[in-house]
Design a protein around this ligand. Structure first.
Ligand SMILES: [Mn+2]
Length: 246
């Protein structure tokens, strides 16, 4: 079984289309979407239209929850931009998305961790910034979940981790936004380090062990950066052009 996992598209339709074309060329049995789908200054409505038509197994991220539940005055700029452009049909699609999903008995999809759409799974934030999480931190966040393959997103940094029992946890990184900064629980930067669109292909090999190919592909990030500048988001433009926050 070959599964492509895409996550954190954030309304970047050009990056999404490049990733979907790459997946089609490589061939998989199933493509799944791990959430944070539309928020940002690019093309939220067009991205929703594309994905609704594809009908992929999809879970919601924290940004879908925020889009649907926060009053406009409490939203960040990325959620507010998307919220203004979504139709009732788009909102109904988001509202029906589950928090997590088991696509096979031993394959779990979650946005952050099995218990949270906001906590980081394979990364850790402390007062001095972000770093890779330790195996102990990862186990504490797993909450007893024993799926052989756990696909998570949210941090925009691609990582794969093998648990002591042999299970694989993979974060594909972000399709549409390779870097951002946040202040929860401490100010920190998350950055993939290059502007490529990212996703993962996980494959169950001999003896049932899952492997992961973390993939980074070219797309027209300059046009996406210019669009974000036109819409008053120079922070996005830097992230899209470089995969860094400056
Ligand atoms: Mn995200």
């Amino acid at each position: 079984m070959r599964i492509a996992a895409i996550s954190d598209i954030h309304g970047n339709l050009a990056a999404l289309d490049a990733v979907l074309a790459d997946i089609a060329a490589r061939g998989v049995d199933l493509t799944v979407n791990l959430g944070d789908i539309l928020s940002g200054p690019l093309q939220p409505a067009e991205t929703a239209d594309r994905l609704i038509a594809l009908d992929l197994p999809t879970i919601r991220g924290n940004h879908e929850r925020q889009l649907l539940t926060l009053p406009p005055g409490k939203m960040g700029a990325s959620d507010a931009f998307a919220a203004q452009r979504l139709s009732d049909g788009h909102r109904a699609w988001l509202a029906a998305l589950p928090i997590d999903m088991r696509i096979a008995p031993d394959v779990l999809l979650c946005h952050g961790t099995p218990a949270s759409d906001l906590d980081y799974y394979l990364d850790h934030v402390e007062e001095t910034g972000s770093r890779a999480a330790t195996p102990g931190e990862i186990e504490a966040r797993s909450g007893g979940e024993t799926a052989a393959l756990i696909l998570c997103g949210h941090t925009h940094v691609p990582r794969a981790h093998i648990r002591a029992g042999g299970g694989l946890i993979v974060n594909p990184g972000s399709v549409g936004l390779p870097a951002y900064e946040d202040d929860r629980p401490w100010p920190h930067v998350m950055q993939a380090g290059s502007p490529h669109a990212r996703y993962v292909i996980a494959e169950r090999g001999v003896e049932g062990r899952w492997t992961a190919e973390l993939i980074a592909i070219d797309y027209d990030w300059e046009s996406a950066a210019q669009l974000s500048e036109e819409r008053g988001r120079p922070d996005w433009a830097v992230a899209l052009r470089t995969g860094r926050m400056g």
